[in-house]
Design a protein around this ligand. Structure first.
Ligand code: HXC
Length: 516
């Protein structure tokens, strides 16, 4: 065969693969408002950067006529490319080929890019759009899933693993995304659940729609499974690019730097007045975050779930940090089961990938009550304590207002290796809030008083004057300094700079036993 014919043959083979399941199925995909696997990669990756692997690979199944239904690539597009010039490995499931269902071959293609990403220290991004295990293959496809799960676990904390759910994701298939670091979902066109509405009806006689069982709105508000939810495929892909800009490529790299013109010593007088003088009055911690970070650029993670804690990525003088902040506007900023778990996982992600932690604290304590106790707040609060305590990245804490009780200890306090801890003059650092405290220590005196309310108010004032300030903590060196709020940005930048080469370690062990 002449070289011309060989080249033509190669072109034909590749063109066939690029068509996936064919025009009709591509049109069906578009009609659902979804892009194809290849169109998605075009948006996700820098133009012209994609290099594909195994484009000609086909399945080996001979059941139920599948031997006559082989499409090059087998319903999954894999390879590598760049995002803002930085490398990533990718896979993108092609729903137009047998519903993006996972065969043995399909799994082998994913496993290949997973292994290559871990060996080279390059993040892995998976775009999921699949009807699950390829039913015609049976057990081989289950084995393929397990091969993927194992690598998700092995490479957790080695390279960032990101999942986008852009169509169906059901049954055991949800476990690969669940193990990865961040899950993106597309509103209305994606869903994740273990058992679908039909099984729910059979087993529990409950009527529930696909959307109400596992749609993006449920997972972004009720379950907390989805970290980011956006309107369209395109928006999800662009936001993955944004997230990647905050992350290092692997666990050995430092966080990336992004040039900024935002002055390091920018003074924000608004901060001096942002905390209301009434300790029971809320304010929005996100205003504080936006005022101190570079260019108002804060990428919030799980913004609609457990809103009493705010987590996300930002930069100070170009350097990425993870921010953990109590939100006084929601449940008074108390720590409960969901917010503790939400923050704990984020702290562990940042620690695994050398991203410094900036904690903004205004926490009246843990949320009381039977619902929380029965649900295991002890164990869940302990997760956050554990995560902050074991983290060895630079840890900077600013106490804005309340820092009471166990929650004071948990929120990256000095005692669990906070590196540089500052407080604003509005800080109240004590064992418990004034009202609760006087009801216990002055119970007898209040009972005996002619006017109990007056007596309680007097003792409350006494307690407040003594403890509801940052100075008892400053006297003992539990905070480095009491700072004027308007200088907070500059103080954090200087702290990050001095901690740049900080090294700390934990005792040798196989692994700890975080209270799961
Ligand atoms: C093989 C599949 C398939 C599958 C879909 N297809 N799912 N082929 N194995 N799992 C094929 C269809 O036959 C069809 O082929 C094409 O993909 C598109 O499917 P449609 O049904 O036409 O699409 P749609 O109406 O959008 O419905 C999508 C769907 C539905 C909701 C995902 O296809 C569906 O329910 N599929 C089965 C889901 C499932 O039960 N999977 C196994 C779960 S068990 P043609 O040729 O007509 O285009 C599992 C275990 C994993 O996954 C365990 C891991 C540990």
């Amino acid at each position: 065969m002449s070289i011309e014919r060989k080249l033509l043959d190669l072109k034909k083979r590749k063109e066939a693969a690029y068509k996936g399941g064919g025009e009709a199925r591509i049109e069906k995909q578009h009609k659902k408002g979804k892009l194809t696997a290849r169109e998605r990669l075009e948006i996700l990756l820098d133009e012209g950067s994609f290099e594909e692997f195994d484009v000609l690979k086909v399945h080996r199944c001979t059941n139920f006529g599948l031997e006559n239904n082989k499409i090059a690539g087998d319903g999954i597009v894999t390879g590598f490319g760049t995002i803002d010039g930085r490398p990533v490995y990718v896979f993108s499931q092609d729903f137009t080929v047998l519903g993006g269902s996972l065969s043995e071959t399909f799994a082998e293609k994913i496993v290949k890019v997973m292994e290559m990403s871990a060996k080279s220290g390059i993040p892995l991004i998976g775009l999921n759009d699949s009807g699950g295990a390829r039913i015609q293959e049976g057990i081989e496809s289950l084995a393929g899933y397990a091969d993927i799960f194992l690598r998700n676990v092995m490479y957790s904390g080695v390279v960032p693993q990101i999942s986008a759910i852009m169509g169906p994701c059901a049954g055991g298939a949800v476990y690969s995304p669940a193990i990865t670091d961040f899950i993106f979902m597309v509103k209305k066109s994606s869903y994740m659940f273990l058992t679908g509405p039909k099984v729910v009806k059979t087993v529990l006689n409950e009527d529930v729609s696909t959307e109400d069982l596992g749609g993006a709105s449920i997972h972004s508000t009720k379950s907390g499974i989805a970290h980011f939810v956006y309107e369209s495929d395109e928006e999800v892909l662009l936001q993955i690019r944004r997230l990647m800009s905050f992350l290092p490529l692997n666990n050995k790299e430092k966080t990336p730097l992004k040039k900024t013109n935002d002055a390091v010593d920018r003074i924000e007088p608004t901060l001096n007045k942002i905390v209301p003088s009434d300790p029971n009055k809320p304010y929005d911690i996100k205003e504080v975050i936006n005022l101190i970070v570079d260019d108002n650029d804060f990428l919030e993670v799980q913004p609609l779930y457990a809103t009493n804690i705010v987590i996300g990525f930002a930069r100070f003088n170009g350097r990425s940090v993870g921010i953990v902040a109590n939100q006084p506007k929601s449940l008074a900023g108390t720590l409960d089961i969901s917010s503790s778990e939400k923050a704990a996982r984020f702290v562990r992600f940042c620690d695994a990938f050398n991203i410094p932690l900036v904690t903004l604290e205004d926490v009246p304590g843990f949320l009381p009550g039977t619902k929380q106790e029965y649900g295991g707040i002890i164990k869940c609060g302990a997760k956050l304590l554990y995560a902050f305590a074991e983290a060895t990245v630079p840890k900077i804490t600013i106490i804005l207002r309340k820092a009471y009780g166990g929650a004071y200890c948990v929120m990256s306090s000095k005692h669990i290796r906070g590196d540089i801890n500052y407080a604003w003059p509005s800080a109240e650092i004590a064992v418990m809030g004034p009202k609760g405290a006087v009801e216990i220590i002055f119970a007898k005196e209040i009972m005996k008083a002619d006017n109990r309310d007056e007596a309680a108010a007097k003792f409350e004032k006494e307690y407040r004057d003594k403890f509801a300030n940052p100075y008892s903590a400053a006297l003992r060196g539990y905070i480095e300094d009491v700072i004027e709020p308007k200088y907070t940005r500059f103080k954090i930048i200087k702290a990050l700079e001095i901690l740049k080469n900080k090294e700390d370690s934990n005792p040798m062990k196989k692994h700890g036993n975080i209270p799961l």
